[in-house]
Design a protein around this ligand. Structure first.
Ligand code: GN1
Ligand code: MG
Length: 382
């Protein structure tokens, strides 16, 4: 069994039997499987690393797609095929001058981009990016710069891939007012047992809900428009070269779809500037690290070139505050619904995760003037 990257630590004995069958379907002809293990810290799918014995055969990432979240997994694969094909072509044409990879889709034996097992589970596979690792949280400004650069690079490479050519695989994703609506509907169905933490979250949502429409209103007014976005550019989706620590890939392409570029920038910053990560022991210790924000934006603008308009840049502050609020609201709603969306290892984990994101919002707001200045400086290349 190989030991690479971070893992949830499951061994072969804990593997679902279906994973072994699926690994066989995606392994190239003649390759022998050396080991399969649970891999990464994703909240949505089940992920495995399949190591192959033949040294010239490339190990791959195998996933059982969560079809409760992604109702149209075939469309997800179509989007991934379109975006990886597009980026490959651009990289071949422009050669970035540093290591930068995009994980290709590994076809099943029949040549298709997925396999449905006899129980109806949807499986797919992607190339494993070698000699790279991801960390669950950003550890210094240099790391933040790399994460920002990776998102900027991605945005630049897809800036000429029309959003309309991609399917909407998750309708309403990052449309904050819809999450508020869902939260209200859940509360209307049942009043939660009011623990101190539940009360804190409910009070927080009441105080902040008025701002939930800030990006959608700008979109409605024609000031922001849909583009091809990544959809989930959190820090641990940026792989770093194992030796140099420089960004080498932005992985997890499930949520590539039409959206506002502000969703990505907000999501990246709320993750990148939270050095304690999404699951720290003490939510009250969480803070938004403004110096990481400066570094991440510097990296972003250098990777992105001129993809942002002045209007886009002027919305960055609202975006980071909003996406942190939105993610907290999504975690809290899921807690109230019984953890049906985000995978948990304990019953109150999504409640704790909500408190973390809300603490981040408060920290962002406390530093508003400084953070706005950082954004402004970065947008002007200072
Ligand atoms: C989910 O795929 P994964 O586990 O990295 C979620 C993101 C959240 C993230 C928080 C499709 O991402 O929106 O930001 O958890 N993905 C989806 O960790 O809902
Ligand atoms: Mg994801």
């Amino acid at each position: 069994m190989t030991k690479r990257g971070d893992t949830r630590g499951a061994d072969r004995d804990n593997l679902p039997a279906e994973a072994e069958a699926a690994a066989g379907v995606f392994a190239p002809p003649g390759a022998e499987i050396e080991g399969i293990r649970a891999y990464g810290g994703g909240n949505v799918h089940e992920t495995f690393l399949v190591a192959l014995k033949r040294p010239d055969a490339r190990d791959f990432i195998l996933q059982r797609v969560n079809t409760f979240v992604f109702r149209r997994p075939e469309l997800v694969m179509q989007n991934i095929g379109a975006v990886t094909g597009h980026i490959r072509k651009r990289l071949a044409a422009e050669r970035p001058g540093r290591r930068w990879e995009i994980p290709g889709v590994v076809p099943a034996r029949d040549g298709r981009d997925h396999w449905v097992d006899p129980e109806g589970s949807f499986w797919r596979a992607a190339e494993f990016i070698r000699d790279a690792r991801s960390l669950p949280a950003v550890r210094d400004a240099g790391h933040a710069l790399e994460v920002g650069w990776a998102l900027g690079m991605f945005h630049r490479l897809v800036s000429d891939l029309p959003a309309a050519s991609l399917g909407d695989t998750l309708e309403g994703f990052h449309v904050t007012p819809l999450y508020v609506g869902r939260y209200d509907a859940v509360l209307a169905r049942k009043t939660p047992a009011a623990s101190v933490d539940v009360r804190r979250c409910m009070d927080f949502v009441e105080r902040k809900r008025a701002g939930a429409g800030v990006l959608e209103e700008a979109k409605g007014a024609g000031r922001l428009y849909l583009r091809t976005i990544h959809g989930d550019p959190k820090a641990d989706n940026v792989l770093l070269d194992a030796v140099t620590g420089r960004a080498v890939a932005l992985i997890d392409l499930d949520t590539v779809k039409p959206g506002l570029i502000q969703y990505d920038i907000g999501d990246c910053l709320r993750s990148c500037c939270n050095p304690l990560g999404e699951d720290p022991g003490d939510p009250d210790a969480v803070r938004f690290e403004a110096e990481y924000c400066r570094a991440a934006l510097r990296g972003y603008f250098s990777g992105a070139g001129g993809v942002l308009t002045a209007e886009d840049a002027a919305r960055i502050f609202d975006s980071v505050r909003l996406i942190a609020f939105e993610l907290g609201l999504r975690f809290f709603t899921d807690y109230l619904e019984g953890n049906v969306y985000f995978r948990v290892t304990r019953g109150d984990q999504n409640l704790a995760r909500a408190l973390v994101q809300f603490a981040l919002v408060e920290s962002i707001e406390r530093q508003e003037a400084a953070v706005r200045k950082i954004i402004d400086d970065a947008a002007r290349g200072r």
